[in-house]
Write a protein that binds this ligand. Structure first.
Ligand code: ZN
Ligand code: ZN
Ligand code: FE
Length: 762
């Protein structure tokens, strides 16, 4: 490069997920293309770039830096300052200056198009190698043991790179330059096939082909993947799918399906552009899609629902398996019921033997367990239903830096926990329900691993208000200097506000299944005015008895009994709710309600959906939480409908929404032969209308311009989109969950946001 009088220099500092993602080779190529001299290096979790050359080329560099960055990189900000030119010649990758500090751990990344091409290219030396990766793709979070991210601190350390791989690793122009996961057939991990009893072992390509044959014959396979085991079965074979369901004790909860290409996905589902983008994103989440009529999918995959969860192959092993099977495969978590998914080879054998006919295994260890993520593309935006693989553990910023490192232990169900250092929250992937010894051990194992990985040693714990939850016991038993309790729905709204950086008071609509209220009742449809420091409860759903407590969440007809009591046992609009329920059982539950025995009071939106489903005769027993609500949403579709009466009254200094007239109108409509789908749509519209009115009223009287929506009920895309749209029309700013799920997966982050705010102000 010729030195000129116009030669200037700039120093850029890039923050974000920029290490372990092929960023330096990318910078190297970009600088070379634009004829810039200088160097790039890693400095303590950031990337520093020194550029010398013409100013216009540098501007081009800066815009291309963002526009063309590797898909898995996340640039939070770029600082650019004028530097002194030292006449550098050419561009180089300089040695890292690694101070001990925050270094983001990159998430796992789906096999990139180039690796996929090589995988199926007979001339390539990695042809059909199930562990092909490069700097732009492959496992990261699930194999990293500690930082800095180098091969010897990942589970790839067990596989010494061969001479050819080592040469690629060392060549700056190679796309596997510094690819910590690089491997090839001669030095990489191995796959093998074995029967459920351990016999019939086959290795390598033969293993994949045997696995495919078994699947085509209807077998259930345990497949060791990236973040844990999947249970796989032919998705076009209904009896095979039902066999999987009965072995897994999973009656109705929808099962995810994997295909290899977008074209194959389009053959089974109707996919719009945004859904296609979500499917093909480097996180490769499960996307909930409308199945195509006549699609060859087994009916047992998602009974009663209008959506099927579809994902594209995201590891080379998936590509090989699906290529050989040549049909969609059910790929569901390798666990029994809601237990944590199995990850180790021996663990998988022991825990899954009774569920599978055979295993497809490999010998690259999984350090961190990580489920598949789930996304729903709603009208207004993408809803992250479960944040795990491909998203975790990218940190989420907090509006206030915490003066002390802390751990927010999260909720009781659908648990995640968050570690906080200054203004960053490292939200764990989905852990699951905190019930049972296995879940507790999983929690503790992940907590130990994360503290090491993120170098956070918490001194303060944050927990839910409920005194009896396992999460509360965990928080108390960590032995930290202080424990802060945060109310569940406050945490929901705080999470949404905080991810948007909003710290001023907002109106919060917190709609979900269950959260422990500060009056000891079960909350779940609350209108709050809150900021990060506290909340006021300004409106609620009218309390109803939930006979049987937790049992009421499984048996919608019980909730209907509670509402029938509020109606004074006068209405016969509830009769469909009891169809098939023995009279003796019904009257004992009625007595339970009247005498208040094991019948806690609840204001839960989830339970209102259950009651509506029972009254409409849609569902009286659920096999998983939210089933009735999902079915009502499916029935309602997007047909327009007018709201039914859903009045409010004032009591105890608060507004109360009274669903009794609404439920009666539903029951009577059904009796008069009104289409159940229309009634489901009218039910949704009633909630939309009532919540929008309440939010506007509260916003008006408190002079607030922002409404935040949080809680699991907002996984219902119709509810979320309609409420958000109506509030926007009313000129209110609407905050919706984007980085985290609306459901309890966001609670630990909300707890962290509240605690950091409080601590930063002490
Ligand atoms: Zn790749
Ligand atoms: Zn090799
Ligand atoms: Fe919740």
């Amino acid at each position: 490069m010729e030195a000129s009088a116009l030669r200037v220099a700039r120093r850029l500092t890039v923050n974000g997920v920029v290490q372990g993602v092929g960023f330096r080779p990318f910078v190297h190529r970009l600088a070379a293309r634009l004829g810039l001299a200088g160097w790039v290096r890693n400095v303590a979790g950031t990337v520093e770039i020194h550029l010398e050359g013409d100013a216009p080329q540098m501007d081009a560099f800066e815009s291309a830096l963002r526009a063309e960055a590797p898909p898995i990189a996340r640039i939070d900000d770029v600082h650019s300052i004028v530097a002194v030119a030292d006449g550098a010649d050419g561009f180089s990758i300089a040695a890292s200056a690694d101070a001990d500090s925050a270094r983001p751990v990159p998430p796992d990344v789906a096999t990139c198009p180039e690796c996929e091409r090589e995988l199926f290219d007979p001339a390539n030396r990695r042809h059909r190698h199930p562990f092909i990766t490069c700097t732009a793709c492959g496992p990261r979070f699930t194999i990293i043991d500690s930082l800095p991210y180098d091969r010897e601190r990942t589970s790839m350390k067990a596989f010494a790179a061969c001479a050819r791989c080592t040469a690629e690793y060392a060549a700056p122009e190679d796309r596997r330059y510094h690819a910590e996961t690089l491997a090839c057939p001669s030095c990489g991990p191995r796959v093998w096939f074995e029967g459920a009893d351990g016999g019939g072992r086959a290795d390598g390509d033969k293993a994949v082909l045997l696995a495919a044959t078994a699947l085509r014959m209807g077998a259930v396979l345990g497949v060791r993947g990236l973040g844990g085991f999947h249970l796989a079965v032919d998705a076009t074979n209904d009896s095979a799918v039902r066999r999987l369901r009965s072995r897994k004790h999973r009656d109705a909860k929808p099962l995810a399906v994997m295909v290899r290409t977008l074209t194959q996905a389009r053959a089974v589902a109707r996919i719009n552009d945004r859904e296609a983008a979500a499917l093909q994103s480097s996180a490769r989440p499960i996307v909930l899609l409308r199945p195509r009529e006549g699609a060859p999918l087994a009916p047992a995959i998602a009974p009663g629902l209008d959506r099927v969860g579809l994902m594209l192959a995201y590891s080379p092993l998936h590509h090989l398996l699906l290529h050989a099977t040549d049909r969609p495969l059910v790929m569901t978590s390798g666990n029994l019921n809601e237990e944590p998914i199995a990850i180790g080879v021996d663990e998988g054998r022991a825990r899954l033997r009774s569920l599978v006919d055979a295993f497809l295994l490999h010998d690259r260890d999984i350090v961190s367990r990580c489920d598949d993520s789930v996304v729903r593309v709603a009208e207004s935006h993408d809803i992250l239903m479960r944040r795990a693989r491909g998203y975790a553990p990218v940190p989420i910023f907090l509006p206030a830096a915490s003066p002390a490192p802390l751990v927010a232990v999260g909720p009781h169900l659908k648990n995640t926990f968050s570690l906080v250092r200054t203004d960053r929250a490292f939200v764990s992937p989905h852990i699951g329900d905190l019930e049972g010894i296995e879940a507790l051990e999983h929690w503790q194992g992940a907590y130990t691993r994360y503290r090491r990985l993120f170098r956070v040693e918490p001194t303060i714990a944050v927990r839910d208000l409920h005194p009896g939850y396992l999460s509360t016991r965990i928080a108390e038993e960590l032995g930290l200097s202080r424990v802060i309790a945060v109310q569940h729905h406050h945490a929901h709204i705080a999470a949404v506000a905080a991810e948007h950086g909003v710290t001023d008071p907002v109106v919060g609509l917190a709609f979900d299944g269950t959260g422990f209220g500060d009056d000891g009742n079960v909350w779940g449809a609350e209108v709050l005015v809150c900021d990060l420091s506290g909340y006021q409860r300004l409106a609620q759903l009218r309390y109803v008895s939930l006979p049987g407590g937790d049992l009421a969440a499984r048996e919608p007809w019980r909730v209907a009994v509670g509402y029938e009591a509020l109606a004074g046992w006068q209405s016969d609009a509830f009769s469909l709710a009891y169809y098939g329920i023995p009279l003796a059982q019904r009257s004992s539950v009625q007595q339970q309600v009247e005498r208040g025995i094991n019948a806690p009071l609840g204001s839960s939106m989830g339970r209102l959906f259950d009651a509506a489903a029972a009254v409409l005769g849609v569902r009286r027993h659920s096999s998983f939480e939210g089933q009735a609500a999902m079915e009502l949403e499916a029935l309602a579709g997007d047909q327009p409908a007018a709201p039914l009466p859903f009045p409010t009254y004032e009591a105890e200094g608060r507004l109360h929404l009274d669903p009794v007239p609404l439920l009666i109108a539903l029951g009577e409509g059904r009796k008069h032969g009104v289409d159940v789908a229309l009634l489901a749509a009218r039910f949704h519209e009633s909630i939309v209308e009532a919540s929008v009115d309440l939010a506007r009223l509260v916003a008006g009287s408190y002079g607030l311009g922002t409404v935040a929506l949080g809680g699991g009920a907002f996984q219902n895309a119709r509810l979320l989109s309609r409420i958000a749209c109506r509030l926007t029309e009313a000129r209110l700013r609407v905050l919706v969950p984007r980085e985290l799920s609306p459901n309890d997966g966001a609670i630990s982050y909300g707890q962290a946001a509240v605690a950091s705010w409080l601590l930063s102000r002490e």
